[in-house]
Each structure stands twice: as structure tokens, then as C-alpha cells.
Design a protein around this ligand. Structure first.
Ligand SMILES: Cc1cc2nc3c(=O)[nH]c(=O)nc-3n(C[C@H](O)[C@H](O)[C@H](O)COP(=O)(O)OP(=O)(O)OC[C@H]3O[C@@H](n4cnc5c(N)ncnc54)[C@H](O)[C@@H]3O)c2cc1C
Length: 355
């Protein structure tokens, strides 16, 4: 019987009593029929994501069912065992249609021990060999991250997706400021990888670097320490793209000055992403409107220059999102209200995304 998936649960389910099991079994038949209908609905062209999804080894990867994939590598990316780079391989015949792979997407991974799923971001999308590389954090008392770290090379895990993380349209924005903390950098790396290499699944045959017209990206990323900065598999590319195309990408890395700072700290600033550092970027990129005489005299000209189309995207731990762009918790989904530093600076809902 299909066990229910608990996307946000952090504890194993309680044991189920016998009468409840019988009720579940009956319900399971109904559920299976409903799920089959859902799968057929999707195959026939419609789409409806499902949380308590079945497993299929024969249908293409899809949000509506789980697909077994093999762990092909699993390597520590720091010396304290907090992060790993894990590669999964999808059988070629299960590749989804290329138009399903939007430029920023994630997949849900199921912890099959306790039937909980969490989203993870394939850094380079799905490559032509069916491989997906993930940078995965293991939280001390977290459920799925710890479980994912324990899976051995050769074993199979189950994923469903792709699920769109961010709507992206080339040329829509003049300036995009990406602000991340910890593994929050993963969707931004995927976006920039797609933009700077154009080897995404949408154009698999092209090796040319074709940058989106007119868009400049600034990536501001914070990690707790130099040790837990993203690994070279992520940072080397970002540094190279920023060095080779400074008119297209600026990179600012921050580490908490209270943490140890051993290791490769080239180009890393001790400090936080806050009003001061965001203001520095706004001034550097000329995102602040020209002051009127009165504002100039008062020193109060901090509003956005709306002659430029600017997008801020924030992805990281909840307290960081709240500080920078206002809380998402306890609000209706996608209500878009902007608070925090960006709200104070005058940015509106259509200029800010919180992932
Ligand atoms: C679109 C998207 C993409 C993502 N991509 C990635 C990615 O590429 N890589 C990545 O590592 N993560 C990614 N994440 C985050 C990931 O989905 C998980 O949220 C993360 O791995 C934590 O899940 P977990 O089950 O390991 O920990 P959880 O069990 O959710 O615990 C998380 C934290 O809460 C604490 N906690 C747990 N239970 C309690 C409790 N009862 N009371 C108080 N505190 C508690 C834990 O100690 C831990 O610090 C992404 C998230 C989204 C939404």
C-alpha cells in the first residue's frame, strides 16, 4: 500500500492500529485508482502535482509519480561532514520531455524509511547522460538530508519532478540581484549555469555561450564559514563567469566573521548580507533613483530607479529571507508583500521573489 507522503514532517509516523490499517487498505484501492487516473491524465497532456504519489519505473520522470534513480557518486564537500555532492542517474528512457525542464527547477526526494519528501536542486539540471548533481546539506536533527547523505553508491532512491522553482524569461530584467545563504545558492547556480553555458536541456546541441541580452546578474552569497562555502564544483564556475564576463556577472561572497576563517578565502568578505552591503550593490549598479534637490539636501534619496527593470531573488534560511525581504510564514502563498531591507528600500512585490 502507498504510504502517505508528509512533505513538511520532521518526525516518523506513529504505528497504525489494525482497524485503521483495514480502513487504509480499502482507502488504498480507491487511492490507487485515483492515482492511476492522475498518471493517465498527465500522460495525456494535463498536469496536476501530487504529494502522495505512486512509484513508476516505466513512465518518464514527472511530478505526479516517483521514479527510482541510482546514486552514482556521493562525496563529502567539506571536512566537517555537513555537505555532500551527490550524483543521481536517471535511466535514459525515463527522460522527461525537454519542455518540462524549465530553466530553474527542483525535484522532490523521498526518504523511503519515513515517507517524507524534500526538494533538492540539480545544479546543472538533467544532463545528456541522465545525471543530476546535488549539493546537499545534512542538518544535525534534520530528516531527509541525513538520510540522503547515508545512501550508498549503487543504491536507488526515488524522486519526482521537475518542479518549477522560478519563472525565468531571458531579457525581461536589466538587473537581477540574487541573494543566497547556504544551500540557497543551488537554484541560482542552476540559473547561471543555464545562462552562461547554454548547455541546459532546452538547447542540448549548442555549446555556444549565448548570454541573455541586457541582463546583468549580481550574486551575493553568504555561508557561515569559509569551510562551508559552496565547493569548487560551484564556486570555480561562478568565479570564472564573473572574471570572464564582468559586464554580465558580479560575485560577492560573505562569511560570518565570528566563525573560523581557515581555508580558501580569496575574494571572500567577512560580514553579512544586510542593508549596507545591498546598498553598496545598488550604488555600484546604479539602481538608486537620481535625487531631487530637496532629497539631495536631506540625504534621503534611496528609492529604486524605475527606469531600470530590477529583480531581487532571495533564497536561504527563513530568518535571512525575513531580514532581507520580509516573512513568508503565516501569509497566504504568493501574497508577495515585501518587507525587511528591500521593503524599506521601496521595492515592490513584482520586483522581489522569495524562494
Ligand atoms: C525549491 C527548493 C530547493 C531546495 N534545494 C536544496 C538543495 O539543492 N540542497 C539542499 O541541501 N537543500 C535544498 N533545499 C532544502 C531542502 O528541501 C530541505 O528543506 C532541507 O534539506 C532540510 O530538510 P531535512 O529533512 O534534512 O531537515 P528537517 O527535518 O526539515 O529539519 C530542518 C531543520 O529544522 C530542525 N528541526 C527539525 N525538527 C525540528 C523540531 N521539531 N523543532 C525544531 N527544529 C526542528 C532541524 O534540526 C534542522 O535544523 C531546497 C528547498 C526548496 C524549497
Amino acid at each position: 500500500m502507498q504510504k502517505p507522503i508528509r512533505p513538511l514532517a520532521t518526525r516518523p509516523p506513529k504505528p497504525v492500529s489494525r482497524p485503521v490499517k483495514i480502513a487504509f487498505a480499502t482507502g488504498g484501492l480507491v487511492l490507487s485508482a485515483a492515482t492511476l487516473g492522475l498518471v493517465l491524465y498527465e500522460v495525456s497532456g494535463g498536469f496536476k502535482p501530487s504529494r502522495s504519489a505512486p512509484t513508476s519505473s516505466s513512465l518518464p520522470l514527472s511530478p505526479s509519480h516517483f521514479t527510482p534513480v541510482q546514486v552514482v557518486s556521493s562525496q563529502k564537500s567539506d571536512s566537517i561532514g555537513q555537505h555532500k555532492l551527490i550524483k543521481l542517474k536517471l535511466a535514459k528512457e525515463l527522460t522527461p520531455p525537454s519542455n518540462a525542464l524549465t530553466s530553474v527547477f527542483s525535484v522532490y526526494l523521498k526518504d523511503s524509511d519515513i515517507q517524507v519528501e524534500r526538494a533538492y536542486t540539480p545544479l546543472k539540471g538533467l544532463d545528456e547522460n541522465g545525471e543530476m548533481l546535488f549539493w546537499v546539506k545534512r542538518y544535525e536533527n534534520g530528516e531527509v538530508g541525513r538520510w540522503f547523505h547515508r545512501q550508498k553508491v549503487g543504491e536507488h532512491v526515488e524522486i519526482r519532478g521537475p518542479v518549477r522553482t522560478l519563472d525565468w524569461e531571458d531579457g525581461k530584467w536589466d538587473e537581477v540581484v540574487l541573494i543566497s545563504g547556504g544551500t540557497g545558492i543551488t537554484p541560482f547556480y542552476q540559473l547561471l549555469h543555464n545562462v552562461f553555458t547554454r548547455r541546459g536541456n532546452q538547447q542540448p546541441s549548442s555549446d555556444e555561450v549565448a548570454l541573455p541580452r541586457d541582463t546583468h546578474f549580481t550574486l551575493m552569497h553568504a555561508s557561515r564559514s569559509v569551510e562551508t562555502l559552496p565547493p569548487p564544483a560551484i564556486l570555480d564556475d561562478l568565479r570564472r563567469w564573473a572574471r570572464d564576463s564582468p559586464d554580465r556577472l558580479s560575485l560577492r561572497l560573505f562569511v560570518d566573521p565570528k566563525e573560523g576563517n581557515s581555508g580558501d578565502s580569496v575574494g571572500v568578505c567577512p560580514g553579512r548580507i544586510d542593508a549596507k552591503t545591498i546598498q553598496e550593490v545598488r550604488e555600484e549598479r546604479k539602481l538608486v533613483k537620481q535625487p531631487t534637490w530637496l532629497e539631495w539636501l536631506r540625504g534621503t534619496a534611496t528609492g529604486p530607479d524605475r527606469n531600470k527593470r530590477v529583480l531581487f531573488v532571495v533564497c536561504g534560511p527563513e530568518p535571512m529571507i525575513t531580514d532581507i525581504s520580509g516573512s513568508r510564514l503565516g501569509r497566504p502563498a504568493n501574497d508577495g508583500a515585501v518587507g525587511g531591507v528591500l521593503g524599506t528600500m521601496g521595492y515592490r512585490a513584482q520586483e522581489v521573489r522569495k524562494l
